[in-house]
Design a protein around this ligand. Structure first.
Ligand code: ZN
Length: 390
């Protein structure tokens, strides 16, 4: 093995460095190291064990007292940890607490230990779901269930968090790799099918009341109605993010259990409880034919992401609802149902944009009610609460 070494201004070799986790530096005594060498910095980045197969082979670990490999990179397991050499030259190791290091910039805003207990069930791993999952992983969410039946294709790439190296695999697998690339210790369970078919065992294992949120990202009202019911069953919160034509606008809905809040079906599933004005703008979702049209509706990533980001902020607020040290961004300001627009120009949105006064408007005053058709538990909770109050 040979490497290109970076030079300083005087043409001298810049010292080489190994980046490695403390766990591996102190704990790994045998086996092989994988990672990447960067010739512009002289850094060997040793990948964490969980994702080591994504790196290049660097070397086998040699027992204490071994001589360094005169031909290339070597690691020797001395009593106090690994020592590194490039040929015969010692290479300095910079170790880091992997987990602390990854989330150090969230400090004082998000509590890493609190976030690590949280679980997000992502229902639909397309442009919306992939962004939600990535942002939640960055916020420190430690457990994910990914649910999507689709394969990643080239036409997804202009709006998806995954790239060419993932095309041809299930979106859930591709996204899992991305999440582990942010936090290798994240627990990810995948289901390559639609939510209605998801294994109950997966949800039973992953969903803990008060720590779990179901996120409806499938742009499909039927899935959202179903998902909210499943969330209620697990005592989990639910939030959905849906789009209008060309993503000129979108809607965000959430339900927190045991609060007497109407569920998705109550609020939007049968049109009950909504103001006529908002309801009138829901024709795009009114039947299966239109649903298919929406599925292939154009819309650019930045428009989708603006609306999705507002949903993600709400998710983080909801996950931290019982955390007294956390300051919510949006919860309390945004009601259960929020409309967000990217533009108020009819050239993009058609005449429906009239409900928006200006671009990037986030509505805060839409109130939803209990519908007549809901047989869900949310009504039951409301009734039992009312009975308890008597
Ligand atoms: Zn309901």
């Amino acid at each position: 093995m040979d490497i290109k070494r970076p030079k300083n201004f005087f043409g001298e070799d810049i010292p080489l460095t190994v980046f490695i986790s403390e766990e591996q530096l102190k704990g790994k005594k045998e086996g092989s190291l994988f990672g990447r060498y960067f010739e512009d910095t002289g850094i060997f980045n040793v990948f964490p064990e969980e994702i080591k197969e994504r790196g290049n082979y660097l070397c086998d670990i040699q027992p204490a007292g071994s001589a360094p490999d005169p031909e290339g990179f070597s690691a020797i397991a001395e009593a106090d940890g690994l020592r590194f050499f490039w040929k015969t030259e010692p290479v300095q190791a910079e170790s880091y607490g992997l987990y602390q290091s990854i989330f150090s910039r969230n400090k004082g805003i998000l509590e890493t230990d609190v976030m690590n207990r949280k679980c997000a069930v992502i229902l639909g791993c397309g442009s919306v779901g992939s962004l939600v999952a990535m942002e939640l992983a960055r916020s420190g969410v430690g457990h994910f269930v990914l649910c999507d039946a689709d394969t990643l294709e080239y036409h997804n790439l202009c709006r998806h968090q995954c790239g060419i190296e993932d095309v041809g695999d299930l979106k859930v697998n591709a996204l899992k790799r991305k999440l582990m690339n942010i936090n290798p210790s994240v627990e990810v369970r995948t289901f390559g099918g639609i939510i209605q078919n998801i294994n109950k065992e997966i949800l039973d294992e992953m969903c803990r009341p008060g720590e779990t949120i179901f996120v409806g990202c499938a742009d499909n009202r039927t899935a959202d109605v179903y998902s909210n019911k499943v969330a209620v069953y697990y005592g989990a919160a639910f939030l959905s993010i849906g789009f209008w034509e060309r993503a000129y606008a979108g809607e965000i809905f959430y339900h927190i259990p045991n609060r007497g809040m109407p569920c998705y079906e109550c609020a939007l599933g049968d049109g009950g409880g909504m103001s006529g004005r908002v309801e009138a703008n829901h024709h795009v979702y009114s039947n299966q034919e239109n649903l298919e049209a929406v599925r292939f509706e154009p819309g650019i990533s930045v428009d989708i992401n603006f609306i999705t980001s507002i949903g993600i902020k709400l998710i983080i607020d909801i996950l931290n609802e019982s955390n007294e040290d956390y300051t919510p961004r949006l919860l309390g300001h945004l009601k259960q149902y929020t409309l967000v627009c990217n533009t108020s120009d009819p050239k993009i949105g058609g005449e429906m944009v009239e409900i928006f006064s200006y671009p990037l408007q986030v509505t805060t005053s839409l109130v939803v009610g209990f519908g007549s058709g809901c047989d869900g538990k949310c009504r039951y909770e409301k009734e039992t609460e009312a009975q308890a109050a008597e």
